[in-house]
Write a protein that binds this ligand. Structure first.
Ligand code: MN
Length: 260
């Protein structure tokens, strides 16, 4: 929490364990002083991610079970549950209804429901949520299984409608936005219309590229630049707002009610 006050920027969704050198990726985020949420895709990756980020000032590991992996890894849900008490951060979790993954949608819904219920029961968790082609369902599930005062939901790479965005905002959710989202007119309109106090930045590295290389946490500066340009605001004011939002988000996570 105190570290967040001295950060240079925020990358609230990055897969540091998927870079060729995991330890170097953490060190680079730490040196750049970017508050980085290092999401994971399977609970089996948790112990190593947790261990490597333990002493870090700016990097936090999140416990995930990626919806695109649920088809093969749904059986790891008990392992995910077992590790939950070791972290405040959960991700990457959610739903993916794109053609490639919709055959596992029933299993994804079952897994995500359990994840939301566990988070609601534990209290105080912060979730980075994937919602490709499934935003209304994700919102329904959040509303039903993990009400607002039980966890903080951060929509990663949100692609919902204007109405979905309003619903998510009313539910207290945040949005982590990346540079890639500003390539489409729709993404730019969304970013221009979101409440500024719910926006934070992300890279989704190494799955996005910049200058022909995978992005890394320090590249959130480009996302900040894009948000500023889309909103016709100054880079400094957007950078400041994002750090303020991070502090608010982390603080409200701490004040959420504890176990039921
Ligand atoms: Mn991701």
């Amino acid at each position: 929490m105190t570290e967040a006050c001295h950060a240079n920027g925020v990358d609230f969704h990055c897969h540091l364990d998927l870079y060729p050198d995991h330890e170097t990726a953490i060190t680079r985020a730490e040196t750049a002083r970017i508050y980085t949420l290092s999401v994971t895709t399977t609970p089996k990756a948790w112990p190593r991610n947790h261990e490597l980020t333990r002493g870090s000032h700016y990097v936090r590991a999140a416990l995930g079970l990626h919806p695109q992996l649920v088809a093969e890894r749904a059986a790891e849900l008990p392992l995910w549950e077992q590790y939950l008490s070791e972290t405040r951060y959960v991700g990457e979790v959610g739903l993916d209804a794109s053609p490639q993954y919709c055959s596992s949608l029933d299993a994804q819904v079952r897994v995500f429901r359990r994840i939301l219920e566990c988070c609601a029961e534990a209290g105080g968790k912060i979730l980075s949520v994937h919602s490709v082609r499934s935003v209304p369902t994700v919102l329904d599930m959040v509303e039903r299984f993990c009400p607002q005062n039980r966890a903080i939901i951060v929509f990663h790479w949100f692609t919902g409608s204007r109405n979905d965005a309003r619903r998510a905002t009313a539910l207290g959710c945040y949005f982590s936005v990346n540079k890639e989202m500003t390539r489409s007119e729709r993404g730019r309109t969304l970013i221009a219309e979101l409440p500024i106090d719910r926006i934070i930045t992300e890279t989704d590295g190494p799955f996005t590229e910049i200058h022909g290389r995978p992005t890394e946490p320090a590249d959130v500066q480009y996302a900040i630049g894009e948000v500023a340009s889309v909103r016709k605001a100054s880079v400094d004011s957007v950078a400041e707002a994002i750090l303020t939002n991070l502090r608010t988000l982390l603080r409200s996570g701490l004040t959420l009610p504890r176990p039921l």
